[in-house]
Write a new protein. Sequence first.
Length: 558
Amino acid sequence: MNLTWGTSADYYRDLRRKTILRLSAIYLSPVILLTAYFVLQYGAFISETERLHLRAIAESQANTLDLFMTERRVNLSNVIDNPKFPIPPTSSNMQDYLTELRRISEAFVDIGFFDSSGVQVAYSGPFPSLEKKSYSGEKWYSDLTKGESSTIVTDIYLGFRQKPHFTIAVSRVTYSGVVVLRATLDPERLYEYISSLNGAQEVVTSILNHLGDFQLVASSVGRPLEASPVLPPQDPRQGAEQTRINGSLSVYGYSWLRTVDWVLIVQQSAAKQSGLLSGFRFRVISVAAVLVLAGFFVIVNRSRKRVELQRDSDSSRAQLSHAAKLASVGELAAGIAHEINNPLASINEEAGLMKDLMDPSLGEPVKPEELKHYLDSIQESVFRCRDITRKLLGFVRKTDIELRHQNVHRLIDEVVDGLLGHELSVSNIKIVRTYATDIPELLTDGNQLEQVILNILNNAIDAMEDNPGTIRIKTKRAGNYVMIAISDTGKGMTLAQLENIFMPFFTTKEVGKGTGLGLSVSYGIVRNLGGKITVESEPGKGSEFTAVIPLDSKSNGH
């Protein structure tokens, strides 16, 4: 698996995307949440206000309608209780009384008088065929004449005229038996009266009987005598309810009448209902949208600058890292030169021998197969020089972060044996390696991890001050991390030195013997790989550097 990341275009695109998402979550989420909160709170406030308002309108209209019914009943009672009212009256008399009633209220349609047998003996109105009709079998007539009350208001019904109407009737006991004076009222006139009441323009009013059938209703809601989709409870007598009508939630206020077993229901009109929240919601959402768009524009611009700064920082860090590499190579130059000189000397020696063997003046000419041994030795020395220069060039080469599965122990061995082997040998420094057996391969940048190990080991070697000593290298797994601990038996550091050990250009070495970049760069590399580096030291007792590296550097931000 080979993942090139670091300063690549994909890395910076991913960084910008993550920056935009992070800043959006930090700065835009509160605006969106507050907007949703205010809209929901305002919606709840408006809903509760609407419920109270509908209930108040329903109570007001019901009280007014009760008063209207009471007045009509009193109007009819005044007619029959008038001492001048003849019993039985004539149709001409009834016309005069109807005219007077209609002068009081245009809701009156007709008037009729019933004798004790239930026959309408006198009538005035638009249906003269109803005169002489017997109503003894009608339920309202039976309830009135046999019940305890002397007044009745019927539900809407069709009756003999086959047209929706309702009846107000009063009964009186006379010398000839129980007589009844009845008047019918036009529901349309009554509905017009209700529609003229205060607040009626804001609502749609319906009146139901106790069975839930429409008595008075707007054409947009239903028709008289149809069943209503809702029937309010009779306890309490007034209130506001929320129900689902035709698949959508609807709020209504209701109030049961006292004069008749009807309930008055008011619902918010469609235009009023849509206007309650739409204006506020539109303003709030519009302001929030403007803020979100403006914030998003700022975030996008800021993320671009953030990525540019990161790119410049990465470039500077890469240059600093490369400079630290070159400084490390400079410190290794003597040892590397000695490593190369040995095979070069061998090549020179073998080539000289071959030249002498091929000189005719020194004896018989040598056969080609006799030269094979010398050529193999030369070739082996060449390969040795190539390996040394390849390791050196591979370490120095400036590369982007390249994530691969790496064996951490192999990386340590390459640094110890390949780059520092000669210096450790001539300095009489012993290396003790204690490797954990449960460490899997790391997905990390091997070249940069080698540089960290080399920088720490170089500091450990310098801390020996040309004295023999021991460097211990231990590895240990800690969850999803690997700990690489490198300790020495050198001179150690003071507390003041420890506080500045990872600062760029800070060094405890003599002038001209250190750049102060090694540990600073190592600290940046380890942090960039998603880990951390710590140090413990005591003057005269040595130091221990611990690098904690994640098993998967990609999941830690790379």
